[in-house]
Write a protein that binds this ligand. Structure first.
Ligand SMILES: Cc1cc2nc3c(=O)[nH]c(=O)nc-3n(C[C@H](O)[C@H](O)[C@H](O)COP(=O)(O)O)c2cc1C
Length: 377
């Protein structure tokens, strides 16, 4: 039996059956319409090419204008955005696949040029992320400009934020997604509430660990009011993401977050382990935290972060995960399951075309067999 065989065991994930455990990680590619944040026919082809994944977790998609932090990322809150996603979800379904929408609010990792009132981005507390915002053509000094200070969300603004998540979840269902993944990872808004470094609030959303986890739990429960829990997943990361801040005690915080999510019948928990792309790679205990998170959660568990197929297969056979998402490997290898089944060869990802641009570096990575354009011109 080939060593990668565990990756090809079918599995039930919430409401659907996945034919394999080779899932596609969410990948921002910054190719949506600049002003309207709508998807195009290019996205339909890109995702259809990757429909062999057991599950596609679509690129991070803002739930509101306030939630945008990068140029050319898609939204899922206007009628036109919903319409623009329909050909994408149809193309994936027609190619035999399943796709979730990753619901995203960047919090402080934004810039006034994206904010509806031109004001400060919001976060758990006032702080200024390290580094630069990717603003594209929205700023005369662009495409990258230094982050500015975010302001603390007021307690009385949180019900409105929950309404925006509820609305986006409804929009995702209307757009034909099979479910949603709530983005609580990588130091974006929900993670800014979870991490001690960015949360010094003194209301019920700050202070104790339970309080820092409250926003995540309330968002999950709000989304589960409009979608069945078995179509709702959550992504967490004990480390990494933009902005340069960390939690003081991730070994306690993130297993507690996983435990707080248990008991709801969620589709899955998806965890990014500390890795060279999203983490600083210094956390020797990274895998241990992820194993503790699996033990604390009661549903399907998806691991991610610098996995090669053989290590992914071993994690599954050792019981550390039920499925593994691949980011850069899926980006460069549209037919990744076919390639893993025959042990390669693999295309190399081209970092220069990760963010922004057109078909180059997006839909032109070769498959072993050609996939027809679902929306021919
Ligand atoms: C181009 C690129 C875009 C990404 N966009 C997202 C995103 O939209 N949402 C998210 O949660 N993670 C995002 N990530 C992180 C990936 O999902 C994943 O955690 C990371 O690439 C590590 O997995 P890998 O080693 O299999 O690539 C992105 C990573 C890359 C390389």
């Amino acid at each position: 039996m080939p060593s990668n065989a565990p990756l090809f065991d079918p599995i039930t994930i919430g409401a659907f059956e996945a034919p394999n455990r080779i899932f596609m990680a969410p990948l921002t590619r910054s190719r949506s319409e600049a002003k309207t944040n709508e998807q195009t026919g290019l996205h339909a082809l890109y995702y259809a090419q990757r429909a062999g994944a057991g599950l596609i977790v679509g690129e991070a998609t803002q739930i509101s204008q306030q939630g945008q932090g990068y140029a050319w990322t898609p939204g899922i809150f206007t009628d036109a955005q919903v319409e623009s996603w329909k050909p994408v979800t149809d193309a994936v379904h027609n190619a035999g696949g399943r796709i979730f929408c990753q619901l995203w609010h960047v919090g402080a990792i934004s810039h006034p040029v994206f904010q509806p009132d031109g004001g400060k981005p919001v976060s758990a507390s006032a702080w200024t992320p390290e580094g630069e915002a990717f603003v594209g053509d929205r700023h005369e000094d662009g495409p990258q400009v230094p982050f500015e200070e975010a302001r603390a969300l007021r307690t009385d603004e949180i019900p409105g934020l929950l309404d925006e998540f509820r609305h986006a979840a409804k929009c995702a269902a209307a757009a034909g997604f099979d479910g949603v993944e709530i983005h609580c990872a990588n130091n974006y808004l929900v993670d800014q509430f979870i991490r001690s470094a960015t949360n010094d609030r003194d209301d019920e959303y700050g202070g104790s660990l339970d309080n820092r986890l409250r926003l995540m739990c309330e968002i999950v429960d709000t989304v589960c009011e409009v979608l069945p829990a078995n179509r709702v997943g959550v992504r967490l990361s004990p480390q990494g993401g933009p902005g340069g801040t960390e939690d003081a005690n991730p070994g306690e915080t993130y297993p507690a977050a996983a435990k707080a999510l248990a008991g709801r019948g969620l589709a899955y928990l998806h965890v990014v382990r500390p890795n060279s792309h999203t983490g600083d790679g210094k956390d020797e205990g990274g895998d241990r935290i992820v194993h503790d998170m699996r033990a604390a959660f009661d549903g399907p568990f998806i691991a991610n972060g610098n996995f090669q197929p053989d290590e992914a297969a071993k994690w599954i056979s050792d019981g550390h995960a039920d499925a593994v998402t691949f980011g850069r490997l899926f980006l460069a290898n549209p037919d990744l399951p076919t390639r893993i089944a025959q042990d390669g060869p693999y295309n190399e990802p081209d970092e220069d075309t990760f963010y922004g641009g057109d078909a180059e570096g997006y839909t032109d990575y070769p498959s072993l067999e050609k996939v027809d354009d679902p929306l021919p011109a």
